[in-house]
Design a protein around this ligand. Structure first.
Ligand code: NAD
Length: 489
């Protein structure tokens, strides 16, 4: 049987993982994976096509009935075993994530721990797959509502958390009795293939976990169009979400779309300014600002605006940017295209009236001569309709607006096409209760930085998607309900 990878011209060339085997793509083309900090090619992966999509889905379909027939506790045990192997390989996997994605090493270690946690959390639910038994209106009859698997699931993941997002989807999908085909983002495919390799050391039946690589418009679109899968779960851009929504309509496939965000961060005049500054920095600059729940735009009450901006700008200036394999706060942007986008957005903001308080340019000198670097940037703006206040930056840049009162902050926060997360700092419980009611976002952080819990629920509204992940509601999405009328008269 071919190995997971072979050495070609000095770098690893990976294969797809389909039906428990490492297989070459039928299209003999590969994608080079670049290290965002150095621009060195670190590996290549197959640029899969329609044939590979078909092979992986046929394998997943063949494996599904047997997998679902296993007791859930047996499925859960395999997920726990995989989590254990992931943790045993934590350092190696974290270094792979740094190399393919660019986040600082301590954050990558956290990502790998998170990946394992998604699997163990799902596994713990194995003995709680409950249904309902309800009385019928007919004598001598019961109605049973069972939760059963959908069948084959496709998991499409974004590049910002390649290992964690894979496990966030794979854990609940498999626990529920589905089989899965994972396609990571083409820029960060290695950690998912390495996790597949760990799974191959366990007793997962062939075809339960399949991991393929390639582009969104290539193998991604072929997977989505294929008649086999019943559920598609995407973490990615609004653009991809809408394309997949359209393509999935053909067979009425079920969708879970976890898309972009433009989180407002509201600082009231009674806020603990020190805590707000710390949370605002962390929630913007972690993973170089490349998190869907990042603090993307700020509304600060005018009475505390000077103090806040002075402290916030000082804290942002103190962030250490550099080699993500070392102890830094901010690594590179993930790609050249992403860096160009951030640069364009800052330039447009500047030309339409934004004032840059710190940062505002690419880093290109010395240790930054290679790689995709941008200075941590704070700017002030006065117009909520500016692109920088409305479009997702997904980078180390934050615009700040001064507001006259809490109501204005709340109103401007809601002026958005996105609806994923929001942050508010206030000590006034009445305001907290009001914003819980009035903020139109799926995930609200009050007096704390971002960071969602595996047993809560992570879901956006409007352009941020349809669906939601984690916790009991996230797991429930991987089941369909079957109703049985049992007459025993
Ligand atoms: P992307 O949409 O470019 O890609 C996501 C995945 O979908 C990739 O695997 C890609 O190959 C695939 N894809 C793209 N178009 C496709 C198509 N037409 N058919 C099938 N597959 C297709 O997104 P990205 O650039 O990797 O991710 C960044 C975005 O993800 C940001 O907007 C970010 O906010 C969002 N995100 C959201 C969450 C969340 O939970 N809501 C979490 C992380 C990232």
């Amino acid at each position: 049987m071919p190995a997971m990878k072979e050495l070609v011209k000095g770098t690893d060339r990976y294969r797809h993982y389909i039906n428990g085997e490492w297989v070459d793509s039928t299209i003999k083309e590969w994608i080079e994976v670049e290290n965002p900090a150095t621009q060195a090619v670190i590996a290549s992966v197959p640029k899969g096509g329609a044939d590979d999509a078909d092979r992986s889905l046929v394998a997943a379909r063949a494996a599904q009935p047997g997998w679902e027939a296993l007791p859930p506790a047996a499925r859960g045990q395999l997920l726990k075993d995989l989590a254990r192997l992931i943790l045993e390989n934590r350092e190696r996997l974290a270094r792979i994530v740094v190399a393919e994605q660019g986040k600082p090493i301590h954050e990558a270690r956290g990502e790998i721990e998170g990946a394992a946690l998604y699997l163990t959390y799902a596994a713990e639910e194995a003995r709680r797959i409950t249904g309902d038994i309800i009385p019928s209106d007919v004598p001598d009859e019961q109605i049973w509502i069972q939760r059963v698997a959908h069948g084959v699931v496709i998991g499409l993941t974004a590049w910002n958390y390649p290992a964690a997002l894979m496990c966030r989807k794979m854990g609940p999908a498999l626990l529920a009795g589905n089989t899965i085909v994972i396609k990571s983002h083409e820029g960060t495919p290695i950690s998912a293939l390495e996790i597949a390799q760990l799974s191959s050391q366990l007793d997962f039946p062939p075809g339960v976990i399949n991991v393929v690589s390639g582009t969104g418009e290539g193998i991604g679109a072929a997977l989505v169009r294929h008649p086999i899968p019943r559920l598609i779960t995407l973490t990615g851009s609004v653009r991809a979400g809408k394309e997949i929504f359209r393509a999935a309509a053909e067979d009425l496939k079920l969708l879970r779309l976890e898309l972009g965000g433009k989180a407002p961060f509201v600082v009231a005049e009674d806020a603990d300014i020190g805590a707000a500054v710390r949370a605002a920095v962390l929630s913007r600059f972690e993973n170089c600002g490349q998190i869907c729940i990042c603090n993307e735009r700020m509304y600060v009450h005018r009475r505390v605006a000077d103090e806040f901006l002075e402290k916030f700008t000082r804290a942002v200036k103190a962030l250490k940017v550099g080699d993500p394999t070392t102890l830094v706060d901010v690594g590179p942007k993930f790609s050249g295209m992403e860096l160009d986008k951030v640069e364009r957005m800052v330039e447009m903001a500047r030309s339409t009236g934004a004032e840059v308080l710190t940062g505002g340019r690419r880093l290109t000198e010395g240790e930054f001569a290679r790689g995709h670097w941008y200075e941590p940037t704070v700017m002030t703006v006065t117009d909520n309709q500016m692109r920088i206040m409305q479009d997702e930056v997904f980078g180390p840049v934050v615009p700040v607006m001064t507001v006259g009162d809490f109501d204005e902050g709340l109103r401007l926060a809601n002026e958005s096409n996105y609806g994923l997360s929001a942050y508010v700092f206030t000590k006034d419980m009445r305001r907290v209760m009001r914003l819980v009611r009035e903020l139109k976002f799926g995930e609200i952080y009050v007096n704390r930085p971002g960071g969602d819990a595996v047993h809560a629920h992570h879901a956006g509204i409007r352009d941020s998607g349809i669906g939601g992940e984690d916790g009991k509601y996230g797991l429930d999405a991987y089941f369909q309900k079957k109703t049985i009328y049992v007459n025993y008269a």
